[in-house]
Design a protein around this ligand. Structure first.
Ligand code: HEC
Length: 148
């Protein structure tokens, strides 16, 4: 009886751990979608002139990207290797095979975001500095993201 309870308890614990890892994968998808939204509907839309220049909105979007860069390393924990995302894109196994390369991508992304934060003070400076961020999103996707 007690043994049965222990076994069931151990199984439940196992399910809980897998669920927690899968939650990291879901958090990645949520953050990446927010990246797309902040870049597309706020930063790029403003740079293109589709939205009036609003320094508070620009700073807010850049702060979210900066925060995201800080969260990324933990979200790609070893324990999530091989877990599938429900989205259209998956994390490439290269993330865990080339950890230094992936860490360098995160650093380059964080640097691009802080550069734009320092430079974007009006429409012209936003236009001039923003492409560096999109370039880093693309660079990481090229090396470390695969289509589902
Ligand atoms: C350091 C690497 C890295 C950086 C930087 C990065 N991404 Fe991603 N992105 C990924 C990976 C890996 C995936 C695949 C999903 C996963 O990780 O589970 C992804 C997925 C996505 C997705 C698809 C989400 C889904 O579930 O369909 C979007 C959209 C996206 N990224 C947008 C962006 C944008 C926009 C930026 C820049 C502002 C960015 N990403 C920066 C690595 C990165």
């Amino acid at each position: 009886m007690i043994r049965g309870i222990v076994i069931v308890g151990t199984l439940l614990l196992g399910v809980g751990v897998v669920a927690a890892q899968q939650d990291l994968v879901a958090q990645r998808a949520t953050l990446m979608k927010a990246n797309g939204k902040n870049l597309g509907t706020v930063l790029s839309a403003t740079a293109k002139g589709d939205k009036p220049y609003d320094q508070a909105a620009i700073d807010a979007a850049l702060n979210v990207l900066e925060d995201t860069a800080k969260k990324l390393p933990a979200l790609y924990a070893d324990s999530t290797k091989g877990l599938k995302s429900e989205g259209d894109f998956q994390a490439s196994p290269k993330i865990w095979e080339n950890k230094a390369g992936f860490a360098a991508e995160i650093d380059a992304f964080a640097k691009a975001v802080s550069d734009v934060k320092a430079k974007a003070k009006d429409l012209d400076s936003l236009k001039a500095s923003l492409p560096a961020i999109g370039k880093q999103c693309g660079s990481c996707h090229e090396g470390f993201r695969v289509k589902t």
